[in-house]
Design a protein around this ligand. Structure first.
Ligand code: IMP
Ligand code: MG
Length: 184
């Protein structure tokens, strides 16, 4: 493992860099089969999607477009406020398009529930939800991913785009923080 002063804050690793890489290639292959000849638009949910999105679009090798939407529902805490705000809106027309929403983690479902209906009102032809991680135990809204990388237990995870207080997004694996990190 590369030297890092972040590793000391990690209690355990849930998914290694290698496991993530292999799974994303499988997901890319799956998307290729589903969207070949459809010219879909990948819409990444910022900020958490940025690493997963970069790897997924390259794994899928689809003729496609890349777009982003920024939302915020967490206010530097480990629990969702339930209120989703758009912090950076879509810059392109999505009407009539096959949309692939790319999320880092599906937790309460508040974010994707909001985004799905938002994109429906914008006239998307189809909406496919792809998430790297799925935490089904905490769901509050009736949302299921169309494609999920890994199911995770009810623990707060960081790395590979996922943050705690905007930190740890750049760790190459997904792990659980030591409890003392939260109480600092
Ligand atoms: P939801 O709206 O509760 O489904 O949460 C979606 C967003 O909350 C994700 O896009 C993440 O940014 C954040 N989130 C939820 N669970 C975790 C976690 O375990 N670690 C880091 N971020 C999380
Ligand atoms: Mg996020």
């Amino acid at each position: 493992m590369a030297k890092s002063n972040m590793n000391q804050d990690i209690l355990k690793i849930l998914m290694s860099e290698e496991e993530i890489k292999n799974r994303i290639q499988e997901m890319g292959d799956e998307l290729y089969d589903r969207f070949e000849n459809k010219n879909p638009m990948f819409v990444g949910v910022l900020n958490g999607c940025f690493i997963f999105m970069a790897d997924l679009v390259r794994a899928a090798q689809l003729k496609s477009e890349v777009e982003f939407i920024g939302v915020s529902s967490y206010k530097n805490a480990t629990k969702s406020s339930g209120v989703v705000q758009i912090t950076r809106d879509l810059q392109r027309d999505i009407s009539g398009r096959d949309i692939i929403i790319v999320e880092d983690i599906l937790d309460s479902g508040n974010t994707l529930h909001f985004l799905k209906s938002y994109m429906e009102t914008k006239g998307a032809a189809s909406i496919t939800i792809v998430t790297l991680l799925d935490k089904p135990s905490r769901r509050e809204k009736p949302i299921t991913p169309d494609l999920a990388g890994f199911e995770v237990p009810d623990e707060f995870v960081v790395g590979y785009g996922l943050d705690y207080c905007q930190q740890y997004r750049n760790m190459p694996y997904i792990g659980v923080l030591k409890p003392e990190v939260y109480s600092k």
